[in-house]
Write a protein that binds this ligand. Structure first.
Ligand SMILES: [Zn+2]
Length: 103
């Protein structure tokens, strides 16, 4: 069914900006404010056809969704559909050096 919860929430939150999450989490450290953005990123990747394996070493037991251009490197009025576009997201394992740098 087209109007699934995942499809609706990906679209709904894709239209929110970084600042929406910063305001939501204003009483918390920035890393908490970004949690909602990361949740959306995982949703976008789950719905994409991207293979669930590390982009660097192809490890597939444990991978995390990382931003190529970091969340804090975007203006706060940027929409999540841009920050969390599949072009800006990669799967990385915790062992790859980039996995530490890219969050
Ligand atoms: Zn790796």
């Amino acid at each position: 069914m087209q109007g699934s919860w995942r499809a609706q929430s990906e679209e709904f939150y894709g239209n929110k900006t970084i600042n929406y999450y910063v305001v939501l989490g204003k009483n918390y450290p920035a890393r908490h404010a970004y949690q909602g953005i990361r949740n959306h990123a995982r949703l976008v990747m789950k719905r994409s056809s991207t293979p669930v394996e590390c982009r660097i070493c192809s490890y597939n037991k444990h991978v995390e969704v990382a931003h190529i251009r970091g969340i804090s490197d975007f203006p706060v009025n940027t929409k999540l559909s841009v920050v969390n576009s599949t072009e800006n997201l990669v799967y990385l394992c915790p062992q790859s050096p980039l996995g530490i740098r890219l969050r």
